[in-house]
Design a protein around this ligand. Structure first.
Ligand code: PLA
Length: 429
């Protein structure tokens, strides 16, 4: 490669001095000398730090990944059986750009209801997506391309990656109030004010259930009021449903918010993920759906979603889609799945009780009621970033600095250790 002058780099828009290296007699410019290391991801960076810690006592309650009571990752029995059926029997050809038709059909039944008229009327444009993240991103890109003047209202707080997703899709972000730190519950009045004060026809990101990171969901009655206000304001609700089944243990019950909006005649968008509820984290399987006015519109929207996917990843991966279609398409496997989802949700609920009881037994002067009031995978503990740092530095406990504890990583074996450490760093606050 010929030596590159600063002048050329400047013309390429690189204004920081390139790092010059001398190889032999030639002077070389480093193409990437101006690239600074990216900030660590606030969630996945925790796993990296955990893995690097040699301590035998270490505990990872950072990322929301389910563990059994021995702290081991779980592959569901229904998934193992689906994989046995796949092995050697199915081809691994490309899926269509929009993904597996069968997987999409089954996903829509889960989100919109087994006998949904909307499915029969073919009013839902849906594509297989790269899990929940990919579904959100595809929607954000779609929003930018076809409604370039809109913004997205995001709850405070939310899953950190929501901000990155809409930022990278170049959709301007606004926020709405959601959580009340003093009560550790929903700030319903402020949320409703923000919904009312947003310009008519705004886009809102809503967590369908098991809100991440707070574990605080609106009640059914509150969802009805939210839906009503969305109607009045003609807002568009986009539901991120990353934890269907993880809140109550019943996927149908966890879709209640969506069903309320559907009953009220809203057009909605929905991101589904099988990462948590089928334990298919690394398979990257999910679904993006957009409810349209009629079949014609749905066909057009689906074709555009496919066109967004084509230059990014062409078509989605096949293995996870086969697993999901086999499980949801076979009544026996589906009921095994439902049993296993309930099992995971129940274990988490049990760990909430264990952690709270342990803290109370230690005589903690603080109230830990919210641990058992909150639902889903996370407990938003109320601990400060400094307290979390102490947990990590002194006790080898890894979690996000916003005080979120992944209850899925708590076990009978570590609940006592965790409670003791939390007590130590919070007792004087
Ligand atoms: N939406 C929400 C609200 C999430 O919490 C997550 C995952 C996703 C979407 C995306 O999941 P998927 O792409 O794997 O389907 N949140 C995790 C992991 C579990 C992560 O940050 O990626 C979390 O620990 O918050």
């Amino acid at each position: 490669m010929a030596a590159i002058s600063r002048e050329i780099l400047k013309r390429r828009g690189i204004h920081r001095s390139p790092v010059m290296a001398t190889i032999g007699t030639r002077s070389m410019a480093s193409w990437f000398g101006h690239v600074e290391p990216a900030a660590k991801d606030p969630i996945l960076g925790v796993t990296e730090a955990f893995l690097a810690d040699p301590s035998p006592d270490k505990v990872n309650v950072g990322v929301g990944a389910y563990r059994d009571d021995n702290g081991k990752p779980v592959v569901l029995e229904c998934v193992r059986e689906a994989e046995r059926r796949i092995a050697g029997n199915l081809n691994m050809e490309y899926l269509p750009m929009g993904g597996s038709i069968k997987m999409i059909e089954e996903s829509l039944k889960l989100a919109y209801g087994e006998d949904s008229e909307l499915i029969k009327e073919k009013r839902i444009a849906a594509v297989q997506a790269l899990s929940g993240t990919g579904a959100c991103r595809l929607f954000a890109d779609f929003q930018k391309r076809f409604l370039p003047d809109t913004q997205i209202y995001i709850p405070i707080p939310t899953w950190a990656n929501h901000h990155n997703i809409w930022r990278d899709a170049c959709v301007p972000q606004r926020t709405f109030r959601y959580y009340h730190p003093e009560t550790r519950g929903l700030d319903f009045a402020s949320m409703m004010d923000d919904i009312k004060n947003a310009p008519n026809g705004s886009f809102f990101l809503l967590h369908a259930c098991a809100h991440n990171p707070t574990g605080v969901d609106p009640s059914e009655e509150q969802w009805r009021e939210i839906s009503y206000q969305f109607k009045v304001k003609n807002h568009f609700p986009f539901f991120d449903m990353a934890y269907q089944g993880f809140a109550s243990g019943d996927p149908n019950r966890d879709a209640k918010a969506i069903r309320i909006f559907l009953e009220d005649g809203h057009l909605i968008g929905c991101a589904q993920s099988y990462a948590k509820n089928m334990g298919l984290y690394g398979q990257r399987v999910g679904c993006l759906s957009i409810l349209c006015d009629d079949e014609l519109q749905a066909v057009a929207v689906k074709s555009q979603l496919q066109q967004l996917a084509r230059p990014m990843y062409s078509n989605p991966p096949v293995h996870g889609a086969l697993v999901v279609s086999i499980i949801l398409g076979d009544p026996e496997l589906k009921s095994l799945w439902l049993k296993e989802v309930k099992g995971m949700a129940d274990r988490i609920i049990g760990m909430r009780k264990a952690l709270r009881e342990n803290l109370e037994k230690l005589g903690s002067p603080l109230s830990w009621e919210h641990i058992t009031n909150q639902i889903g995978m996370f407990c938003y503990s109320g601990m400060t970033p400094e307290q979390v740092d102490r947990l990590t530095d002194e006790f080898h406990i890894y979690m996000t600095r916003n005080g979120r504890i992944s209850m899925a990583g708590v076990t009978t074996g570590n609940a006592g250790y965790l409670a003791n450490a939390i007590h130590e760093v919070t007792k004087s606050s």
